[in-house]
Each structure stands twice: as C-alpha cells, then as structure tokens.
Design a protein around this ligand. Structure first.
Ligand code: SF4
Ligand code: MG
Length: 322
C-alpha cells in the first residue's frame, strides 16, 4: 500500500519568554522527535494523556504550526517548509476536525455558508448553483436534514454540530483528515454515532485518518494501528490488536489496564501511575517516562531509549524490551 504521510523526527518547541526583557528563557518541547508513517486509507490512532503533544503534533503536520525540526512528507512531497500559495494549494488535501464543534463554527453564519466557504475560497469561479448542490449532497452524507442549509449552528445539538464540522472538512475532498478528539466534547450516547459516521465516510471518500484521542476506548473501533504518546514522544506503535493484547511499553500497559473490561470473568489488574506527567519544559533525563514507570531501573534515568522495531510493525521505546 502507498504511503500518504511520512513524519520523520518531528519536533515542535514553543519558546518560553521570561524576565523583564521577555527574552526566550527556555522551550516547551511539545513534540520531541516523532516519526511514523500513514498508508493510504489507513487510520492511525494517536493516544496519550493531555499535554503529551498529540494535538501539537497534529497541528504541525497540517502546518498550522511550524515545525522546529524534522520532516513532513505528504503525498510524495516534502511540505515541511512549504509556504504561501503552494501551502495554500496543498491545504485542500488535508483538513482538521476539531474537538469542540461549538468553538470551531461561526454562530453568525448559516450552515450552508459554513460548508460552502472553503469551496468558494478555492474555486471562486464555481457557479453558485453547483456549490449549493455540492453542499446539499454533503449535508445528506453526514446525516443532516436538507433544511439545515438555512439554519444556524446554534440551532443544532452537539452531535449535529460535529456533523457540520465534518461536512465542512469534506468540502474540498481532502485525502487526509486529522480528527483531534472529535467526540470527547459530546454526550456518550452520540459519540458512537459520530464515530460510525467517520468510519462510513472513510470508505466513501477514500480518506486516511489520524485520529487523536486521550483514551484508548475511543480509538478501539476506529484504528488500524495505534501510536502511544508520552511527553512529546511516541513510546509504542503497532497494529491495534497488538496494542490491546500484547502491549510491551510499561506506559501502554498502564493505559490498557485502565480500559474498562466488559466481561467480569476476565478480571485484570489496574496499573495505577503515580504523579503527573512532568512539564515538557523540563523533561526528565533518560527515558521520559522514568519518573512514573513501575518497572524503572537505575539506568532509565540516564539512557534515552530509541523507538525500535521489536517485531514486524511493532515499535517500542524501552530499554527493558529487546
Ligand atoms: Fe520504564 Fe525504563 Fe522502559 Fe522507560 S526505559 S519505560 S523507565 S523501564
Ligand atoms: Mg476505518
């Protein structure tokens, strides 16, 4: 299968300003050397606690933020430093679905205008009638009624607003969609409806997904592969079943142990992690997880483990796994 996205050693650092002269006194290493590939038509779930850098990674890949270092190759082109018109042109091919449909939709705009806006921007000479027909079709595909066209976003429920956001993301027929916690602001009862919709649309529109979530249960049904992020690093990446059944990194094992087990006969031990995620401004030396790792040994605080392929397609960053 063809590769759509290849991210190599991606770093995104934010400067920290301080003192009277507001000089740069340090850096928040939000994304600190992330590498992975995404095949066409695939869904990669990117999972980690809040503050681990997954949203920053998503935004950097879409060039909403500038990378500090590394390379982003999209659809055969190096887009790491793309600017101006060439970046704008490329933007048609990748879109973001945001966590909070309330905040990402303009309440003063009619839904028809919200969805047609990107089409008008990119195809200013397209006929109004044609644009309207495309928008009506998109409304149908995301499960909204025809009359949504002339309504305002605030007239809809949370789940329906996320459908509006999805229709807008689809308007330019992108190849890649980065969905940043697309259901975590929604009621549990509508979460699975929106996830099912994203799944259906993937086949219909030939989409590739990077699906960002803070908990493993949401990505379970969506993903082909799962990457686990901790403090700006991918610590383990493998196909979904491997992550759920044979996690090798102690952090992944802790996350898996927190996923509710529906079958009461299959009891499992919950691994509780002590303390919080350390500040990405002063990340621990050695393994970034050593301050909380239940398996840590002395050398974990001095040796930084590389992400290594331990079995075909299964990569882990832990010095105990080899
Ligand atoms: Fe834990 Fe050490 Fe492995 Fe890091 S390298 S995950 S601290 S055992
Ligand atoms: Mg799918």
């Amino acid at each position: 299968q063809e590769t759509l996205l290849k991210v190599s050693n991606l770093k995104t650092y934010y400067p920290v300003k301080g003192g009277f002269f507001k000089r740069t006194v340090g850096h928040v290493k939000a994304v600190d050397g992330v590498s992975f590939e995404l095949k066409k038509g695939e869904t990669l779930g990117l999972v980690g606690e809040s503050g681990c850098g997954k949203s920053t990674a998503g935004r950097t890949i879409l060039r909403l933020l500038n990378p500090t270092d590394g390379e982003i190759n999209f659809d055969g082109e190096d887009i790491t430093k793309l600017r101006g018109n060439r970046l704008r042109e490329k933007r048609k091919d990748f879109q973001m679905v945001f966590q909070d449909p309330y905040a990402s939709l303009n309440p003063m705009q009619m839904v028809g205008d919200i969805i047609s806006e990107p089409i008008k921007n990119y195809y200013p000479r397209k006929k109004k009638k044609e644009i309207k027909a495309e928008v009506m079709e998109l409304l149908k595909r995301v499960g909204l009624p025809d009359d949504a066209y002339t309504k305002y976003a605030h007239e809809f429920s949370g789940g329906q607003r996320q459908r509006i956001g999805i229709a807008r993301a689809l308007a330019l027929k992108p190849k890649l969609i980065i969905a940043d916690e697309p259901v975590s602001a929604l009621d549990v009862s509508v979460q699975s409806q929106v996830l099912n919709l994203l799944n259906e649309l993937q086949d219909d529109f030939d989409l590739t997904y990077l699906f960002i979530a803070h908990d493993l249960s949401v990505v379970k049904h969506m993903s082909d592969r799962i990457g686990i992020m901790y403090l700006g690093h991918i610590v383990e990446i493998a196909d979904k079943n491997t992550i759920y059944k044979e996690p090798l990194h102690p952090y992944t094992q802790a996350l898996i142990s927190a996923v509710p087990e529906p079958d009461p006969r299959r009891k499992k031990e919950r691994i509780v992690l002590e303390g919080d995620v350390p500040s990405p401004e002063n990340p621990p030396s050695g393994c970034p997880f050593h301050t909380r790792c239940p398996m840590a040994v002395d050398k974990c605080s001095t040796i930084k483990p590389e992400l290594k392929e331990v079995r075909s397609g299964h990569h882990v960053a832990c010095i105990l796994v080899d």
